[in-house]
Design a protein around this ligand. Structure first.
Ligand code: PAF
Length: 287
């Protein structure tokens, strides 16, 4: 695996990988890799000839008081994990390479960025859209892979690629990969590392409460009642706050009062100082 930290070297490395019209996939990450990321890498390997992974803890997507400094960094371990997956290229630039002095451009995807996580984290999705657009321009991959755990992020990236007529990758080549879950159902996340053993146990109430809410709605119960019950279950389990719990259309992310056949449940809840997010489809009964 080639490891590159400067743009000039990246251009040469990408050109070499693309020789003989080989296709290139990119898996953008912020490091602290876990099985969820490795699943993205494996999907990328199955669909492209060559795979690049980027690791960059993007300061522009962390708000004031968020965990930029505390964000887990374990580059040596990440390198080893990617090497074991036979990744071809690791793009790991420093902050100055990505945002040189005088950097001034921001990408903002209106509407779709505004509810759910966008409501609690002003500027977060501008930071995500900006870095992902830059990574796409830097690496110019044919395909790109993102986890469905950050469903809103995936929807925003697709919209950005479509709106800006990006060519590499095109919108149809942006793959969402289903959430990888721990045996107790908790969605894998780099932030799970912040949970104490006690909090980790309590956290498993989140996917359970979500499945129950979905079952209620699928059985004809109303969305409002199901969400009220979910909030109460999480409070009793030890969650300090539910930032949001909403049924939304899976594509437009429009809020839904009742199931429209394409609904998804989105939840963000805090346990101690850790904010967990998750989302699940509302399956039609009998599906
Ligand atoms: O999902 C992430 O890890 C980040 O938001 C991303 C897409 C790598 C951009 O920094």
């Amino acid at each position: 695996m080639q490891i590159v930290t400067r743009l000039n070297a990246l251009r040469t490395a990408v050109k070499d990988l693309r020789e003989d019209e080989k296709t290139l996939a990119l898996v953008p990450t912020m490091g602290a890799l876990h099985e969820g990321h490795l699943t993205l890498v494996r999907e990328a390997k199955a669909k492209a000839d060559k795979v690049a992974v980027s690791i960059f803890v993007n300061p522009r997507q962390f708000g004031e008081g968020e965990d930029l400094d505390a964000y887990p960094r374990q580059i040596a371990r990440d390198r080893e994990l990617l090497h074991n997956e036979s990744v071809d290229l690791l793009w790991a630039p420093g902050a100055e390479e990505v945002y040189p002095t005088g950097y001034a451009t921001n990408i903002s995807v209106a509407g779709i960025s505004e509810g759910l996580c966008g409501a609690d984290r002003p500027g977060h999705f501008d930071g995500v859209a900006t870095i992902v657009c830059k990574l796409f321009n830097q690496v110019r991959p044919d395909l790109a892979f993102f986890g469905e755990k950050d469903w809103q992020q995936l929807a925003i990236i697709r919209r950005m690629v479509r709106d800006l007529d990006l060519v590499r990758p095109q919108v149809g080549a942006i793959y969402g990969v289903p959430i990888v879950r721990e045996p107790d159902g908790l969605a894998m996340s780099s932030r799970n590392a912040y949970l104490s053993p006690q909090q980790r146990k309590q956290a498993s109430a989140l996917p359970r409460a979500m499945r129950d809410a979905i079952a209620t709605v699928s059985d004809g119960g109303d969305n409002g009642g199901a969400l009220e019950n979910l909030r109460e279950v999480l409070r009793v389990a030890g969650f300090q706050n539910v930032d949001y719990a909403e049924f939304r259309d899976a594509d437009s992310l429009a809020r839904l009062d009742s199931d429209n056949g394409n609904a998804r449940l989105f939840v963000a809840a805090r346990i101690g100082r850790t904010r967990l997010i998750d989302n699940m489809p509302v399956e039609e009964p009998g599906k």
